[in-house]
Design a protein around this ligand. Structure first.
Ligand code: F6R
Length: 609
């Protein structure tokens, strides 16, 4: 939530153009307002306004901002509506400094009152502006070459909450100052240019050398150097080379990132299933050693975790396993002790609800395994074992390729568990893994190719509807839940998923002619009961859309059917079945005239509670 980019360069160039292109790559993190500030000839220049980057750049010429040091921000509003005044960057009273911030300053009201009493004049309703005035206030009593960083650190000591901050100051015009607590910041390194950003794609077109700023660290960037400190001591930076390509963060001819990312699934799955076997074995050992397992995640990642839950409980029979929505963690904290293993699932690796749960669980002595897509992000760093999906950067706000990659990795983990539990001998296991690894990407490719046209047609049929249901039973429930989340978040058609048997306990009351009812019905133990549940809906006029393994019994009860090839393993079902639902949601959003990459009120990487 909120995208930050800061650049300082020795080159004789205006950084405003580079900052604008970096902001475009961060727009998935927030798009209700945007702004840039630079320092040129010792003076701050700034432009900002409400709207998306395209809307704002059609009114303001960011490119005309001069200077080779600057910061930019794309906002997802928390404090104060999305207006020009509330857009970042925020200045102090004398326009000698500018800050951009991602996170929430919990004690901003009391700080604001104190600062007002000291004579500071506030312009915006944001929590962030407090920072600018606090630094200004602290700077008054600082002298010498380190005055800005000293004032910055003193201001940080006074704030409570979460933050990723970048600061520029006319007293130190070629430097950028950064700090992080629970909101991500990554540094990009080139010989004569340094970057700081909320996420790697922001600077990927310039450099692949990166350093993750860790919690509690404060950094100073000059065009030539990176200086990091924590609690007053210098920290040796640990640079790494990013494996993502610049092209992977571009639309490459697709109209939207979401469609591109749906189509990237075969390769994302192939890469993900090329696993780090050592880490997988270590995760398996921890799961088997633990007395109980908690699966912790939010949103789409929670649905992947829920698929994992159904796989694990089949194998671990007596062991308690609790799938928990991360924001609800506190309710379950009493279950957690040193014999608990937490399995955290997160695309970004930065979701604050998950991080808060993990921090509490660590205090209780729990061991942590994580699945994340972003290398070295906060959640893997809180873990004893870090497993990675290798889906590449996901820019569309709605998670697609990272979801199927999470499900695939969890399925692979459950196969590893089967092996450790002696369900298979070595030879059988090798052949199962070979088949699984090749079948997952190839079925995914087939499902995309065979169903995209139909998904587009169906989207136009259901686009005038305001409500829809997604029904499944047992282990197929996460597929229905994910289908409903995708449809509602980008097309704004209200969508609800529930166990099919629950229909007659309430939800069927609102079914009327043309009401879309999605029936998730693979050829498994749930299928016969799904027949009668679809009949009940059809009898009330429901428009039945089934996702099925060419099951004629279900096809003949449906108005539309999406046919999924059968596979050698039921573990593939939650991957292959979700794909038509992603495509229907995408085309429904487009048909209704909405941008699927930027759903209203949402942003990717939720770094607030
Ligand atoms: C929906 C979506 C969100 C995320 C959720 C968790 O399409 O993307 O529901 O799944 O915010 O985010 P991560 O996976 O980054 O922890």
């Amino acid at each position: 939530m909120c995208g930050i980019i800061a650049i300082t360069t020795r080159r004789k160039t205006n950084v405003s153009k580079m900052i604008t292109s970096g902001l475009k790559r961060l727009e998935y993190r927030g798009y209700d307002s945007v702004g840039i500030a630079t320092i040129s000839e010792g003076k701050i220049q700034t432009m900002k306004d409400a709207g998306t980057i395209d809307q704002v750049t059609s009114r303001l010429s960011f490119d005309t901002l001069e200077g080779s040091t600057g910061i930019g921000h794309t906002r997802w509003a928390t404090h104060g509506p999305p207006t020009r005044i509330n857009a970042h960057p925020h200045a102090d009273c004398s326009d000698s400094l500018m800050v951009v911030h991602n996170g929430i300053i919990d004690n901003y009201l009391s700080l604001r009152n104190d600062l007002k009493k000291q004579g500071h004049k506030f312009k915006s309703e944001t929590d962030t502006e407090v920072l600018a005035h606090l630094i200004e206030e602290e700077f008054k009593s600082e002298k010498g070459p380190n005055a800005v960083i000293q004032a910055f650190k003193k201001a940080l000591d006074k704030i409570e909450g979460t933050y990723a901050i970048t600061l520029i100051h006319t007293a130190d015009p070629t430097k950028i100052f950064l700090a992080r607590k629970d909101s991500p910041l990554v540094i990009g390194v080139q010989d004569d240019t340094k970057f700081a950003a909320s996420d790697i794609p922001a600077f990927l077109e310039y450099t692949k050398n990166a350093i993750v700023l860790k919690n509690g660290e404060v950094a100073t960037l000059t065009p030539e150097a990176v200086y990091i400190e924590k609690n007053g001591f210098r920290v040796q930076p640990k640079p790494f080379i990013v494996s993502w390509t610049a092209e992977s963060a571009q639309k490459s001819g697709y109209p939207h990132f979401m469609l591109k990312e749906i189509h990237e699934q075969p390769i994302a799955l192939q890469n993900t299933l090329n696993v780090n076997v050592k880490a997988l074995e270590e995760a398996t050992k921890r799961i088997l050693e633990a007395e109980k397992i908690i699966i912790l995640a939010a949103g789409t990642s929670y649905h992947a975790g829920l698929s994992g839950y159904y796989q694990f409980q089949r194998l671990l029979k007596q062991k308690p396993i609790y799938p928990i929505i991360a924001s609800e963690y506190e309710t379950y904290n009493h279950l957690v002790d040193e014999n608990t293993c937490i399995l955290a699932v997160s695309q970004s690796g930065e979701t604050l609800d998950v991080m808060k749960g993990l921090t509490a669980a660590r205090k209780a002595g729990a061991k942590i395994i994580s699945i994340a897509n972003v290398i070295d992000s906060s959640i893997p760093r809180l873990s004893q074992v870090a497993l990675y999906t290798k889906a590449g950067p996901e820019i569309g706000v709605a998670a697609t390729k990272t979801h199927t990659a999470q499900v695939a990795l969890l399925a692979r983990l459950s196969l590893q568990l089967e092996y450790s539990l002696n369900v298979w001998n070595q030879q059988e296991f090798s052949s199962i893994i070979t088949d699984f690894t090749s079948e997952v990407p190839s079925i995914t490719r087939t499902v995309i190719n065979q169903n995209e046209f139909k998904a587009k047609q169906l989207a136009s049929i259901i686009s005038d509807q305001n409500h829809s249901y997604f029904l499944a039973r047992g282990k197929n429930l996460p597929i229905a839940m994910e289908g409903a989340l995708k449809l509602k978040e980008i097309s704004y058609i209200h969508a609800e998923a529930f166990p099919a048997g629950e229909s007659k306990h309430g939800p069927i009351a609102i079914v009327e002619p043309k009401f879309p009812v999605f029936i998730i019905s693979p050829k498994d133990e749930t299928r016969k009961k799904m027949f009668s549940n679809s009949e009940e809906m059809k009898a009330r006029g429901g428009y039945i859309i089934s996702i099925t393994h060419k099951d004629q019994e279900i096809v003949k009860r449906s108005d539309q059917s999406f046919l999924i090839p059968e596979s050698s393993s039921p573990l593939i079902t939650p991957i292959s079945y979700v794909i038509p639902l992603q495509m229907i949601s995408y085309y429904a959003a487009v048909h209704r005239g909405f941008d699927p990459d930027k759903p209203k009120n949402l942003a990717k990487t939720v770094t607030v509670e």
